[in-house]
Design a protein around this ligand. Structure first.
Ligand code: 5GP
Ligand code: SF4
Ligand code: MG
Length: 465
């Protein structure tokens, strides 16, 4: 998961890109970067860390020009280090070109090996660099055609924003895994992963980039191309609705907040239980918990308070305090919970360790009499290969435990997951929509990646059904 932005034709392009990245910080906290164009030259800045810590007035001033692209990174493919920060810039016969990528290519390894055997030298371990090599090698004349040529050779998930000295080119893969939206601000174009970035800079939403669509933005305006074969099945990532996207964003044609509340309502229909309170695991469980409370009429309360200032650099005291992690982030409100039967709503269970600590905390510190866990997505039993950092299959608790076994592990009085049918409730409302739900079903719509580790995983996938 990453966030990308693009600004075309604004005198304060670097500041706008900075604000948009700030709004997309939830999509990646590991590193950030920006490339601007002054019409002649590209200017680059990348750094490890949060947007607000990395960019200062000084850096933004050096990022000259009316066009910019930016990136916030959540490491998926490629290790966590400065050389893997984006945007990624290359100089080739066609000029200078920068790219910001959200997604994961599933055939990058194979393409990389082939390119290396032909003499290509790679600077990073990112799959994104493969696209740049393919562009540089393409014998097409126009830049946009080189990009289309390159993209037609890669598989997997990619929402891309390219910046050349006087052109912004935007591409979304034909399955449409990751979101990508375009807005207008006066005579400027703003491209972003999510609409919450457009809102911050007062841009008006124009459109989503369609799956398989290429947008060329230059001094003539914006034009849309549909160069790729239509995918038989679209696969926007359902997990964007469940967890990744910000609830105030509008992506894939709907409001994330409304979707999450809908999942919570459906969860309540499927798994009702008599209780005194509904509480969310903040922040990700809040909209679903509101939906659950609305549906049941049970009082919604903030029974867990989150510390919003927990950074990655927090130093835990060694040995003396065990299971410190969750306590740093969350604390129960004893006055609310003491002696109560509590329904706790969260968006998902990945490994189950956080969930278990929360249940224990609610009982031991909060004094809750009963803790009923409700999850607003089905059990995650398969890893994601399209740009989400879900762990290896053996680490996913639902890959090897039944719901009852998970309930025991997390020590809850009851556990209820949203059903598949429940997750798809909106499909009946919005007929014809297809989503990727492979982390729940194992139905991968694109060929699996070709790294040795994933090949082994894929084998397990095939044998275990
Ligand atoms: P678990 O109980 O499995 O240890 O953790 C579940 C929690 O992890 C949930 O609150 C959920 O919001 C959060 N979560 C789900 N997917 C991701 C992810 O990809 N990254 C991070 N940082 N948290 C996630
Ligand atoms: Fe999204 Fe899951 Fe598909 Fe990955 S496998 S793209 S997280 S729905
Ligand atoms: Mg959470």
């Amino acid at each position: 998961m990453c966030g990308i932005v693009g600004i075309f034709n604004h005198t304060e392009a670097s500041k706008l890109a900075y604000l948009c990245l700030y709004a997309l910080q939830h999509r990646g906290q590991e590193s950030t970067g920006m490339v601007t164009s002054d019409g002649q030259k590209l200017h680059t800045f990348t750094s490890m860390g949060l947007v607000n810590d990395c960019f200062h007035e000084e850096e933004l001033k050096k990022l000259k020009g009316d066009h910019a692209i930016g990136h916030v990174r959540y490491s998926t493919s490629g290790t966590s280090e400065l050389k893997n920060c984006q945007p990624f810039v290359v100089n080739f016969a066609g000029g200078s070109l920068a790219v910001a990528h959200n997604g994961n290519l599933t055939n990058a390894c194979q393409l990389r090996k082939k390119l290396e055997s032909e003499g290509a030298i790679f600077q990073s371990t990112m799959d994104t660099e493969v696209i740049m090599h393919l562009i540089a090698k393409s014998n097409k004349k126009e830049l946009v055609d080189k990009i289309i040529d390159a993209c037609s050779q890669v598989l997997g998930a990619y929402s891309l924003v390219f910046l050349a000295k006087d052109q912004l080119i935007v591409v979304r893969d034909s399955k449409g895994f990751r979101p990508l939206v375009i807005g207008k601000l006066g005579g400027s174009y703003i491209v972003a992963s999510e609409t919450c970035a457009l809102d911050l800079v007062d841009a008006t939403f124009r459109c989503e980039v369609e799956p398989g669509e290429v947008m060329v933005i230059d001094s003539h305006g914006m034009r849309s191309l549909k160069p790729f074969q239509q995918a038989a099945k679209k696969a926007p990532c359902i997990f964007e609705y469940i967890y990744f996207a910000r609830p105030d964003s509008h992506i894939f044609g709907r409001d994330v907040y409304e979707m999450r509340k809908g999942f919570g309502r459906q969860l309540a229909r499927e798994h009702p239980v008599g209780a005194d309170l509904v509480i969310p695991v903040p922040d990700s469980g809040v909209p679903a918990a509101i939906g659950y409370a609305e549906q049941t009429g049970i009082s919604f309360q903030m029974g867990l308070i989150r510390n919003h200032y927990v950074g990655r650099t927090f130093i835990e005291p060694e040995q003396s305090i065990r299971h410190f992690g969750v306590k740093i982030k969350l604390n129960p409100v004893r006055e609310l919970l003491q002696g109560k039967k509590v329904i706790v709503v969260d968006d998902s269970i990945v490994r189950g360790t956080t969930c278990m600590k929360i249940v224990k905390m609610l009982r031991e510190k909060g004094g809750a009499k009963e803790v009923h866990m409700r999850i607003s997505s089905p059990p995650i039993a398969w890893p994601c290969f399209y740009g989400i950092d879900t762990p290896r299959r053996e680490e996913l608790i639902a890959a090897h435990k039944s719901v009852e076994e998970i309930r025991k592990f997390i020590t809850a009085d009851s556990l209820g997951y949203l059903s598949f049918e429940g997750l798809r409730w909106f499909k009946t409302l919005y007929s014809g929509e297809e989503f990727c739900d492979a982390c729940f079903t194992g139905n991968y719509t694109v060929d699996l990646p070709d790294t040795p580790e994933i090949a082994a995983m894929a084998k397990r996938h095939c044998t275990s059904g």
